[in-house]
Design a protein around this ligand. Structure first.
Ligand code: ZN
Length: 461
């Protein structure tokens, strides 16, 4: 996924709109476009066995740029797999830095698209194609950046390892195994989260560093009953019991919470927020027991996820005939859990809240794991800040938490800090990750490659 950041763009800038750019103008940007076009043309959708094909193309490019063939490995896992490419540093004993991106994409039906999703098209300042933003654009920029650095003869102070996974959009099994293989990493820089937001007129508005994500959880609620003819109702009714349970869930408010990350996010993004809400954000960041501020933030979809754990009924199914008492009703409750709270704790809360032993509650394991926050190391944040400052002087840099799961969680679970620092700058309304007519602004490629180079040469310089 490309994580949705939680920032409201409302300001307008005095600067004029940036002209749409149809071709990159630097060698790095040109190479990134070439890699991106090649990658889009390989449909790395689950089940099509194309991830190894893309991995092989990337391997050839890295070897041609001077990477030792022995430093690159593709590990097959079923029809997919993951690629690692080691850029050796001067201190081979130091813990490596991992740069993480994914090669797979979400399925796309050509019938629904204006253009074939697997034929890259450059038009009106955009590269169109499945994966353009999620995540082949950054995959291409990272690859172009390390090729540039290698050709310039740069040697990092410690190893840098590219880890390109092959099932981020589905099982994340390649991530899990890749994370285990690189469990000695000092830091993970994830190209598939965070990134730059452009204002309406195309000027950079804010840059988000993703340092945490909420834990995803689904719970299946079940009520069963003997049923019978609807003309002879008795004391119990499965639909009525489920309705009561679900309305308790919908009305419940989990306690407001503040973490170092959400505090930094609220304080950092208040300056960009609408005037009415900025004071509320600062008030809550200063005092999370301020219920008025918590309520005001919870009333807005862009902030509700930052304030607390949320649980909401998302599906319901029950009954079998219009004239029969229902024998069974099931429902799904989807929760986005504040980092640090366990899924077992949330299940217990739901059980107490519903308070009806007739309602069974079962956690559905979809392979995601419980998320942790990454600490905001001042030195690393400063390095990222320097790269952004070069690209967009004065731009606000705000740490953020995303609402869903990214590859980073598998490293955070091993105690390795992971920061999402995509080099894609895009307007929120141009974001079509997972959607139709997915696109990436061509203008992000030249500075994006430079951003990755600057980040790597600063952190591992
Ligand atoms: Zn993604």
């Amino acid at each position: 996924m490309r994580a949705i950041t939680l920032v409201a763009a409302t300001l307008s800038f005095a600067a004029g709109p940036l002209a749409a750019q149809d071709m990159p103008s630097t060698p790095g940007g040109e190479r990134a476009l070439e890699i991106l076009e090649e990658a889009i043309a390989i449909p790395t959708v689950q089940g099509r066995g194309q991830v190894p094909v893309l991995a092989e193309k990337l391997t050839q490019r890295l070897v041609a740029a001077g990477f030792a063939a022995g430093d690159i490995a593709f590990t097959p896992m079923g029809e997919t797999g993951y690629l690692t490419a080691r850029y050796p540093g001067s201190d081979r004993q130091a813990k490596p830095i991992v740069v993480l991106a994914h090669m797979d994409v979400v399925e796309a039906d050509p019938a629904d698209w204006e253009r074939d999703p697997f034929i890259p098209v450059v038009e009106n300042g955009f590269v169109f194609g499945r994966g353009a933003i999620d995540n082949k654009g950054d995959l291409a920029m990272v690859t172009a950046a390390v090729i540039d650095l290698k050709q310039q003869g740069w040697v990092p102070s410690r190893d840098i390892v590219l880890l390109f996974t092959g099932d981020e959009e589905t099982q994340m099994a390649t991530t899990q195994v890749g994370a285990q293989a690189l469990s000695n990493a000092a830091l993970v820089l994830n190209a598939d989260a965070g990134g730059g937001e452009l204002a309406e007129d195309g000027t950079p508005f804010v840059y988000t560093v993703q340092a945490g994500e909420k834990t995803y959880a689904d719970y299946r609620l079940t009520v069963t009953d003997e049923g019978g003819h609807s003309s002879r109702p008795d004391d119990t009714n499965a639909i009525a019991s489920m309705s009561a349970a679900l309305s308790k869930v919908a009305q419940h408010r989990f306690p407001a919470q503040l973490s170092p990350l959400t505090k930094a996010y609220l304080e950092g993004s208040a300056a960009q927020a609408a005037p009415g809400i900025a004071a509320t954000m600062r008030a809550f960041a200063a005092d999370p027991t301020d219920e008025q501020a918590a309520d005001a933030l919870s009333a807005r979809p862009e902030y509700v996820g930052v304030v607390r754990t949320t649980c909401v009924p998302t599906m319901v199914e029950g009954g079998h005939a219009t004239n029969a008492l229902p024998q069974s009703v099931t429902a799904n409750v989807n929760c986005r859990i504040f980092p640090g709270t366990s899924r077992a704790d949330v299940q217990q809360t739901l059980t107490q809240l519903i308070g009806d032993p007739a309602v069974g509650i079962q956690f559905i394991d979809n392979g995601t794991i419980e998320s942790l926050e990454s600490p905001l190391d001042p030195e690393i944040m400063a390095a990222i800040g320097r790269a952004i400052e070069e690209r967009a002087p004065g731009l606000a840099i705000v740490p953020g938490m995303s609402a869903g799961a990214t590859d980073s969680m598998h490293f955070r679970a091993l105690g390795i800090p992971a920061l999402g620092i995509s080099a894609s700058f895009i307007k929120p309304e141009d974001e079509f990750a997972h959607g139709l007519n997915e696109r990436l602004p061509v203008a992000t490629l030249d500075p994006g490659v430079e951003q990755w180079k600057k980040v790597l040469t600063t952190i591992a310089g």
